[in-house]
Design a protein around this ligand. Structure first.
Ligand code: IMP
Length: 417
C-alpha cells in the first residue's frame, strides 16, 4: 500500500462488498482493525474451498503474517467469537496468537440478546429489523455506564456483583414489561467467564500495539462494518445500528487519532441495497429490482434475509463523502449492471404532494458488453466508463478501484491506495 493507515468504510447501508477489498488490501499491511459494531457484520470468505462467514474477527486473519485487532469500540459476544475461532481453526487458520482484543470491549451478554428480540417483537410493524444479536442493548449498557467490559472477567467476585445488579434490572424489563423469560446468572457465566483462560492470551492494550506499528512505519487497515447510512448519528435514524459507522469512529473505537489516518476509502456498490426496515428512496419493486437481487445474489450474510435493491443513491453518497472525508471510492459489483438498457442515478430528492420523499433521477444508457472479470479500465464498455465518470463528477473524488467480480483478481486498480 502507498499509504500507511488506510480506512475502509461502506457508503450506504452495508453489504457494499468491503470484505473483498479489505482482503485485497491486507496483502500489504501488518495489521487489520475492527473499531465498531459487533457480530452483526457479515463477511463471506472461502478458505481452501470451504466457505467461512466471519462476523467479528477481521478478515486479515486469513493472511498468516497479519495481526488482527478488535478495538474497544466493538461490542463483543464471547461465545460467538469462539464459534469463529473454532471454525477458522478447523480450516487450518491459526488465530489465537494473532488476535488482540481490547480489555475495554463492552460485552454482549445473554440478556442483551433477549432484550433485542423482545424490543423488536414489541415494536411490531415499527420494528427496526435488527440482526437480533444484542448489539443495541449492549451499546445502551455501555453509554449507561453500567455495562460489563472484557476486563471485568479478571475479577470474578466483582463480576458476580455487577451481574447481580444487571440481571435485576434487565430481568425486570424482560419479565414485567416484555413478558419474556428471565436470564440466569449461570447463562451469563457460561457466556463470559467460562472462556477466561482461553481469552487471557488474547486480551491486551490495542492502542499501545497500534501505536508501535505506526511508529515502526507499518501499514494498518481499519475495517469499517455496516455502512455510513446506518450510523447512529448520521444515518437514517431510528433505522440504524447502534454504533458510529463513519470514519470518525476510528479514534474513539481503537484509539488511533484522526491525524494518523492517511487514506479513507468509501466502498460503494454500483447500485444500492438495504437489509432491514427504514427509508430507501431509490428502492425498486419491479423487474429491474429483481434482476439486481438475483444477479447480485443479494441475501444478507448474517441473517440470510433478502436485501432490498435499487438504483445508486448519489445524493446520499455526496453527504457520505463529506461526513467521512473520503479520499477515494471503490465501485463494487459493476458487472451486476451488465446488460441493462438504461441505468438511473439519484441526484436529488423531491417531496411529492403526500410529503413522501421521491428520488430525482438522471438516466444514463446501459451497456450490452461485459464488465465482468475485466481488469483494465480502458477495456470497460464506453457506457460503463461514462457511468463511472458521472459518479466521480457528482462526488468530486476519484474512483480508484473497481470490482468486476467476486474473485480478488477481478479488480481494476486505477490508482494505488
Ligand atoms: P443491529 O445492528 O442488529 O441493531 O441492526 C440495526 C440495523 O442495521 C438493521 O437494519 C440491520 O439489518 C442493519 N445491519 C446491521 N449490521 C449490518 C450489516 O453488516 N450489513 C447490513 N445491514 C446491517
Amino acid at each position: 500500500m502507498k499509504h500507511q493507515n488506510v480506512v475502509v468504510i461502506g457508503t450506504h447501508w452495508g453489504d457494499e462488498g468491503k470484505g473483498k477489498i479489505v482482503d485485497l488490501l491486507t496483502d500489504s499491511v501488518a495489521g487489520v482493525v475492527r473499531f465498531q459494531g459487533g457480530h452483526n457484520a457479515g463477511h463471506t470468505l472461502v478458505v481452501d474451498g470451504k466457505k467461512t462467514v466471519l462476523h467479528l474477527i477481521p478478515s486479515g486473519i486469513l493472511h498468516a503474517d497479519v495481526r488482527c485487532f478488535i478495538g474497544n469500540g466493538v461490542v463483543l459476544s464471547i461465545p460467538d467469537l469462539f464459534k469463529e475461532i473454532y471454525e477458522l481453526e478447523e480450516a487450518g487458520v491459526e488465530v489465537r496468537n494473532r488476535l488482540l482484543l481490547s480489555l475495554d470491549c463492552p460485552l454482549i451478554m445473554p440478556y442483551h440478546i433477549a432484550l433485542d428480540q423482545s424490543v423488536e417483537r414489541e415494536r411490531g410493524n415499527q420494528k427496526i429489523g435488527t440482526t437480533g444479536r444484542g448489539i443495541g442493548p449492549a451499546y445502551e449498557d455501555k453509554v449507561g455506564r453500567r455495562g460489563l467490559r472484557l476486563r471485568d472477567l479478571l475479577d470474578e467476585a466483582q463480576l458476580r456483583f455487577k451481574l447481580d445488579g444487571l440481571l435485576k434490572q434487565h430481568n425486570f424489563m424482560l419479565e414485567q414489561y416484555y413478558g419474556a423469560e428471565p436470564v440466569t446468572l449461570d447463562a451469563c457465566m457460561a457466556a463470559s467467564i467460562a472462556f477466561l483462560e482461553a481469552l487471557k492470551p488474547m486480551m491486551g492494550d490495542v492502542l499501545a500495539e497500534l501505536s508501535q506499528l505506526r511508529r515502526a512505519g507499518k501499514g494498518v487497515l481499519f475495517e469499517g462494518a455496516q455502512g455510513a447510512l446506518l450510523d447512529i448519528d448520521h444515518g437514517t435514524y431510528p433505522f440504524v445500528t447502534s454504533s458510529n459507522t463513519t470514519a470518525g469512529a476510528i479514534s474513539s473505537g481503537c484509539g488511533v487519532g484522526p491525524r494518523y489516518l492517511d487514506y479513507i476509502l468509501g466502498i460503494t456498490k454500483a447500485y444500492t441495497t438495504r437489509v432491514g426496515e427504514g427509508p430507501f428512496p431509490t428502492e425498486l419493486h419491479d423487474q429491474t429490482g429483481r434482476h439486481l437481487a438475483d444477479k447480485g445474489h443479494e441475501f444478507g450474510a448474517t441473517t440470510g434475509r433478502p436485501r432490498r435493491c435499487g438504483w445508486l443513491d448519489v445524493c446520499a453518497l455526496q453527504r457520505v463523502v463529506e461526513m467521512n472525508s473520503l479520499t477515494g471510492l471503490c465501485i463494487t459489483k459493476l458487472d451486476v449492471l451488465d446488460g441493462l438498457d438504461s441505468i438511473a442515478i439519484c441526484v436529488d430528492y423531491q417531496e411529492d404532494n403526500d410529503g413522501a420523499i421521491k428520488p430525482v433521477y438522471e438516466h444514463l444508457p446501459g451497456w450490452q458488453g461485459k464488465t465482468a472479470s475485466i481488469k483494465v479500465y480502458q477495456e470497460l464498455p464506453d457506457n460503463a466508463r461514462a457511468y463511472l465518470d458521472r459518479i466521480e463528477a457528482l462526488c468530486g473524488i476519484p474512483i480508484d478501484l473497481i470490482s468486476t467480480g467476486p474473485d480478488r483478481s477481478e479488480t481494476i486498480v486505477r490508482r494505488a491506495i
